[in-house]
Design a binder for this molecule. Sequence first.
Ligand code: BG6
Length: 293
Amino acid sequence: TRVAAGRGRLTELHIHNRHARAVVALQGAQLLSFQPHGEPDWLYLSPNAVFAPGRPVRGGVPVCWPWFGPDPQGLGRPAHGFARQSPWVLRHALDEGDGCTLLELELTDDAATRALWPHRFRLRLEIRVGDTLALALTTRNLGDTHLTLTQALHSYFALDRIEGARVHGLDGLGFIDQVPGANPQGAPAPGPLTFAGRLDRIYPNAPTRLQLEGAAGGGRLTLDSEGSRSAVVWNPGAELAAGMADLGPGEHSRFVCVETANAGDDVVTLAPGAEHRLALAIARTTEPSHRSP
Ligand code: BG6
């Protein structure tokens, strides 16, 4: 693991082990790239992403914390919380016996975080880089009152093309439709989820296993979560992507966000001293399973 001057004055960690290469920005503890040897990147990073201190980076796995979506109190604080644009510290980088690398990054409260959110906390992200990828985000309440939060591991998965993408595991489930103007109570539909335009949904009762078909490199990515009841699926569609400075025309076709979350009414409440762990493990299934979940 090498610490390197990254793009746009951000510091990056470059991991290269027996299994894979990965890049993590210290800002936001944001995984920007995960590439097992001989495979394309599993993660999408926009060619128009902005790399600058204090600005969210479009792609990889941003950590949305301690709120998911717009400021829940309408106070004009940043969308998706402040963790993704805060400077984290690297606690450990361990080479494990099996050739995997385990990184542990940490964000704790300081004057800047308390100005936005008046709580004492320790937030840790573990990233395990092997021939599979595992992420675990643990929040500990260091204060003496209860705290509540929503959050997401906002994974951007690289696709060959959006028309080929299918999310399995959400068949027949109700969802909250977040597309402006849509009925917020989305009607459940049979079959895998496909994409034909802008889609922005919170599934409040998602299963712990989802599969993404159509990921760059073929086969399926299996997503196993812990500590989460909700999943978020987002693709901006052609028109919105074309108008976003850090995406651009055609970029909607190259990714889908399938997010392991505590969002909607899946709110985490932590007593003083308590902690919560939100985890995601991702593996590629090269032979698509016949027993699709
Ligand atoms: C998704 C949300 O998780 O993130 C969308 O469901 C949002 O509503 C998207 O547009 C991107 O958010 P941002 O703040 O990174 O542009």
